[in-house]
Design a protein around this ligand. Structure first.
Ligand code: GUN
Length: 286
């Protein structure tokens, strides 16, 4: 089995980002990211801290707006409107999930599409689905992280059957369109699909993202498949693990992305990559 490590891929991509940020700084432009957080979940605070840590490493400014869970939708929209107008802010996002009072769809679509580092706004989602070439567009971060991980390890995608076990707006749907951009043949599978195992077993590339610890055993994969594990779970011993039962993969000669250390290290980079793309556009770039 070969490891689709995200550690080397991250280091390589980070170098390119550092170069681009340094070039912007030479023009007296410091990319600035606003982060809105209104839940008290431990996981969200870790994700936000990771995003801020990378900003610091790259010399990018980040501003955290920590709102109480009692924040109303109206107050949230007012803050977004202010940040949309603020010329010093190049990108912003609202960490999901939000508290009960917030209408996520309204909030996502209130963010100015030119500052939408998550690439969740309907307009940006539409663009990546309709572009004949999406290479210069911003892209949803987890999906973009998967594609960059495969590219770094020179995994051929053209003409390959890709089984994506997830139909969310954050992972499955954007992955389908990004795989189409690579001339692959994506199939989205979900909880109501009738023959998930048979389709996975035929697939050249399988993306597992069901959020169930060690759910996929060897019977789901052909022996030389490329498996990208997007799951982040805790096993019975509270140890971090993915959706794939690694111990069950006997005689497997394909590729597998580890958890941790696979897709995870790539996703935050993609958010900052989107910020850099948007900052350049705001300053007259393409
Ligand atoms: N929560 C989990 N994943 C994401 C993400 O990619 N973006 C935002 N804003 N919140 C998340």
């Amino acid at each position: 089995m070969k490891l689709l490590s995200g550690i080397n891929a991250r280091a390589n991509f980070l170098k390119s980002l550092k170069r681009q940020v340094a070039n912007l700084k030479k023009r007296n432009i410091t990319p600035t990211l606003a982060i809105i957080l209104n839940n008290d979940s431990y996981a969200s605070s870790v994700y936000v801290a990771n995003k801020q840590k990378l900003c610091k490493e790259l010399g990018i400014k980040s501003k955290l707006f920590k709102l109480p869970a009692s924040t109303t939708n109206k107050q949230m929209l007012a803050l977004i409107s202010r940040l949309n107008k603020d010329k010093k802010i190049n990108g912003l996002f609202v960490q999901l999930p939000t508290s009960d009072k917030i209408d996520d769809d309204a909030v996502i679509n209130a963010i100015c599409p030119d500052k939408d580092v998550d690439c969740f706004h309907n307009q940006n989602v539409g663009k990546i689905w309709t572009a004949s070439d999406a290479s210069n567009l911003i892209k949803p971060c987890t999906a973009a992280g998967v594609i960059e991980l495969l590219k770094f390890h020179r995994i051929p995608m053209e003409g390959k059957l890709v089984a994506i076990v997830n139909r969310s707006n954050i992972v499955g749907k954007p992955l389908a369109t990004l795989f189409l951009q690579e001339n692959a043949t994506p199939v989205i599978l979900h909880s109501r699909s009738k023959n998930t195992k048979e389709i996975c077993k035929q697939a050249d590339i399988v993306i597992t993202a069901v959020g169930r610890a060690k759910f996929f055993d060897q019977s789901y994969f052909k022996k030389d498949a490329v498996i990208v594990d997007v799951g982040i779970n805790r096993d019975a011993n509270n140890k971090l693990c993915g959706d794939v039962n690694v111990e069950s993969l006997k005689n497997f000669i394909g590729w597998l992305s580890p958890v941790p250390g696979g897709v995870g290290p790539m996703t935050v980079l993609m958010l900052i990559n989107n910020l850099v793309i948007l900052t350049k556009k705001q300053h007259g770039g393409k």
